[in-house]
Design a binder for this molecule. Structure first.
Ligand SMILES: [Mg+2]
Length: 173
């Protein structure tokens, strides 16, 4: 069960304690795309989110790691932010994470992932030993594959809640 528990849990990307990340030696932030930076039906990053990401670039190297297989979409989105991306990352598998580690030379303890799904973002990050941050999805509309994940996620959350290890909506850092 431990591998499903995020190290930090916040409502959105703005609420994440980036000072704490910096203090803990985090140099590289991997952002999930769908429902973390962008709603599912949009190709355009919200201005507020875009500006915020640009500010974060002063302190961190930023990457997008998405399970979305639509390369064109990833390109359009990340081009506006001018950040590198991994698409079709197959989270929670380690493939995409390893690609970034290999290419940019970070150690796992210098990295974190911010995403809206326990089954992909948190589990994948915990497996590879990077700091994991769960946020609430931007909206309830999801990709088809995600609704299957959510079904499993609800079961996992229920289990974690029963064990007193996690509670939906109770944020912490
Ligand atoms: Mg997502």
């Amino acid at each position: 069960m431990q591998k499903y528990i995020p190290k930090m849990y916040k409502k959105n990307i703005f609420d994440v304690n980036y000072e704490k990340l910096k203090k803990n030696g985090i140099k590289c932030i991997l952002f999930d795309l769908d429902n973390t930076l962008l709603t599912v039906n949009s190709n355009k990053i919200d201005k507020k989110i875009g500006n915020f990401i640009n500010k974060l670039k002063k302190d961190f190297s930023i990457y997008v790691i998405s399970n979305n297989s639509n390369k064109k979409r990833l390109e359009i989105v990340t081009n506006t932010l001018d950040i590198p991306y991994i698409y079709f990352a197959l989270k929670p598998l380690s493939f995409g994470f390893k690609k970034i580690i290999k290419k940019y030379g970070y150690k796992p303890n210098e990295m974190c992932i911010i995403g809206d799904q326990i089954i992909t973002d948190v589990l994948g990050g915990n497996r590879i030993g990077i700091f994991t941050i769960l946020i609430e999805p931007l909206e309830s509309k999801e990709l088809k594959i995600t609704s299957i994940n959510r079904f499993l996620e609800r079961k996992i959350i229920q289990k974690m809640e029963n064990l007193g290890k996690f509670k939906k909506g109770v944020f912490y850092e």
